[in-house]
Design a protein around this ligand. Structure first.
Ligand code: HEC
Ligand code: HEC
Length: 229
């Protein structure tokens, strides 16, 4: 079992911490908020090397499986101190809302506004754990379906200086389809690097930011976002 081989010595067979000094994962904000590996995988792959957790050297798939195992144990035995089967609501509102507001202004306000698109987000997601998971992921995962959501766009360069751009409709190794601003769709055959295809995924920013948040940032931001009723 991957957890037993790679993690147990430091984090313990029951996740409560082991002989070699890994922290209790049942109390870990990261482990408790991880949805599908997005927070745990980077740690397994070395993002906390400076803090004493080595790069375990697992590929995405194996690291994802270990992350799922960690979540499943947390789901079964609950957070530290809570007997099995009696999960009490986890209080994640431990941050400082005013620091969260400052962080928001610096890192989020280029794309979002507390009085615009995120107005009322805390009413739409009254459960703080849900709200936290939502902003960490950057939405419920259906942005492409929502009419108001920013969509991914693509630039297709067929010849030097000849670029066609539009909303990304479909892409695979052989075809790319886009919708131009006049609503007409165009499809291009792809052969390796020809034509040059550059996708601009608005959600990339959310993925890129994940490894950079500290626990404090996460707590503070959530504390701030719950005020956006
Ligand atoms: C050699 C010991 C060691 C091994 C092996 C190890 N860890 Fe860790 N782990 C640590 C230490 C030390 C930290 C604390 C790092 C920090 O303070 O940021 C940590 C932190 C973490 C955290 C973040 C906890 C938090 O809330 O900050 C997670 C999640 C985690 N480890 C999961 C794993 C998983 C999953 C594995 C196996 C694939 C693993 N670790 C293997 C030592 C280890
Ligand atoms: C580069 C642009 C960009 C940055 C920076 C950014 N986001 Fe986002 N965010 C998006 C996009 C795109 C979506 C998808 C939904 C949409 O298009 O409105 C999204 C979705 C969200 C959602 C879900 C909204 C909903 O209604 O489902 C939340 C909450 C959120 N972001 C919070 C944040 C926070 C907090 C930060 C700063 C830490 C941040 N975002 C930084 C682009 C960005």
């Amino acid at each position: 079992m991957l957890y037993g081989i790679n993690c147990q010595a430091c984090h313990g067979s029951d996740l409560r911490g082991g002989d070699m000094g890994g922290p209790n994962l049942l109390r870990s904000q990261v482990a408790l908020t991880d949805q599908h590996g997005e927070l745990i995988i980077p740690i397994i792959q070395g993002s906390r090397k400076a803090q004493g957790m080595p790069n375990i050297g697992l590929n995405d798939e194996d690291a994802g499986a270990v992350a799922a195992y960690v979540r499943s144990v947390i789901g079964t035995i609950g957070s530290q101190g809570t007997p099995p089967g009696q999960k009490k609501a986890l209080n994640i509102l431990v941050g400082d809302a005013s620091r969260g507001q400052v962080y928001f202004a610096a890192h989020c306000a280029s794309c979002h506004s507390a009085t615009g698109d995120l107005k009322g987000i805390a009413s739409a997601y009254p459960e703080p754990t849900e709200l936290q998971a939502l902003w960490l992921r950057g939405g419920a995962g259906n942005a492409q379906q929502r009419t108001t959501a920013r969509k991914a766009t693509v630039d297709v360069t067929t010849a030097p200086g000849k670029k066609v751009s539009g909303e990304l409709i479909h892409i695979d190794d052989f075809l790319v389809t886009l919708k131009q601003s006049d609503e007409t769709e165009r499809t291009f055959l792809r052969k390796g690097a020809v034509p040059l295809v550059v996708v601009h995924d608005p959600m990339q920013a959310h993925r890129d930011m994940l490894p950079h948040y500290t626990d404090h940032d996460i707590h503070d931001l959530t504390a701030y976002l719950v005020t956006l009723k």
